[in-house]
Write a protein that binds this ligand. Structure first.
Ligand code: F6P
Length: 327
């Protein structure tokens, strides 16, 4: 086995609840294997600038239960260039970092694989994004927390929607995927769910809403993914307000936005983050690189990073059917 000395760890892209729990697991597993650990602040931006911090057991005390990321995060334009990556590799070499754990999503892994290919730095990715859009894992760290936050908010919206007999359009995050929308639609009892994976005509949406509202419902909630082709909650609201048939319908839109990214991680995210963090370090020590650790059918699995961003993770179309039957 190669004699590794120092592991670097960073969080990059959009933060997600559970990233800190993962960091804690990475640091403690590395220390237990006699590695020194460097925290790289602000993702690839900090890697280029050498914004590094020594981490020990105590540096990761009391962060398991917190949202955000204590290492901070950034989206780096400079790292997209070869020169940026060369500078980053130089900083890593100067600080004797010979192993890397990258916690993040699609963009984070595209950067990691380039760093690996161009500078031969062993890197293992851990899926951390609320979007759950990564191939190679059933769930990403932060997804369950975001889902719970979305459902909690939909419950609140239901109270006020019911009180006023209103139609609410609730927009949730997910970038160009509908995992959050689909599952919070089910968990929140939404009457209609609109996701980017399926094309829905505006006329069909209008027809469905009118039929739901005329069936003497107390309230109607439409959950729409931000990446839906109809333009999210704002796009649909505009179309409905321009239509005479909707003039009598009391309509409001709520965009849940970044509330879904914050807050304490759920139990499920804490456990997932801890398991994946440990597995990432062990995979590196076993000689794996350029892979992502994930949980597939309850088993820990390694997937080449190329496959993670080269393939699209499919939603479960049976769940979509479920929303239609239950509404
Ligand atoms: O990828 C996570 C995510 O929260 C997406 O759901 C959303 O589209 C995006 O990040 C928002 O990014 P930003 O925080 O840079 O506005």
């Amino acid at each position: 086995m190669q004699d590794f000395q120092r592991l670097g760890v960073y969080t990059s892209g959009g933060d997600a609840p559970g990233m800190n729990a993962c960091l804690r697991a990475v640091v403690r597993t590395a220390l237990a294997n006699d590695l020194d650990v460097t925290g790289i602040r602000r993702g690839y931006e900090g890697m280029i600038e050498g914004d590094f911090v020594e981490l020990d057991r105590r540096s990761v005390s009391n962060i398991l239960q917190t949202g955000g990321t204590v290492l901070k995060s950034a989206r780096s334009e400079a790292f997209r260039t070869e020169e940026g990556r060369r500078q980053a590799a130089e900083q890593l070499a100067n600080n004797r970092i010979d192993l890397l754990v990258a916690i993040g999503g699609d963009g984070t892994f595209r950067g990691a694989t380039k760093l690996h290919d161009e500078h031969e730095i062993p890197v293992v990715g851990v899926p951390g994004t609320i979007d759950n859009d990564l191939y190679g894992t059933d769930a990403t760290i932060g997804y369950d927390s975001a889902l719970n936050t979305a459902i909690e908010n939909i419950d609140r919206i239901r109270d006020t929607a019911d009180a006023h007999n209103r139609l609410f359009l609730v927009e949730v995050m997910g970038r160009d995927s509908g995992f959050i929308a689909l599952n919070c639609g089910i968990g929140g009892g939404a009457e209609l769910v609109l996701i980017p994976e399926t094309i829905t005509e505006m006329d069909m949406v209008k027809e469905r809403i009118l039929s739901l509202m005329s069936a003497q419902r107390r309230s109607t909630i439409v959950v729409v993914a931000e990446g839906d082709e109809l333009g999210g909650a704002r796009g649909i609201e505009r179309a409905l307000r321009d239509d005479q048939d909707f003039s009598d319908i009391d309509l409001r839109s709520t965009i849940l936005g970044h509330t879904q990214r914050g807050g304490a991680p759920t139990a499920s995210d804490r456990v997932l983050a801890s398991r994946l963090g440990l597995e990432a370090v062990e995979a590196l020590l076993d000689g794996h690189a350029d892979v992502m650790v994930g949980l597939v059918n309850k088993d820990l699995k390694l997937t080449p990073l190329q496959n993670v961003f080269g393939r699209r993770k499919s939603i479960d179309y049976d769940l979509l059917k479920l929303t239609q039957i239950l509404s």
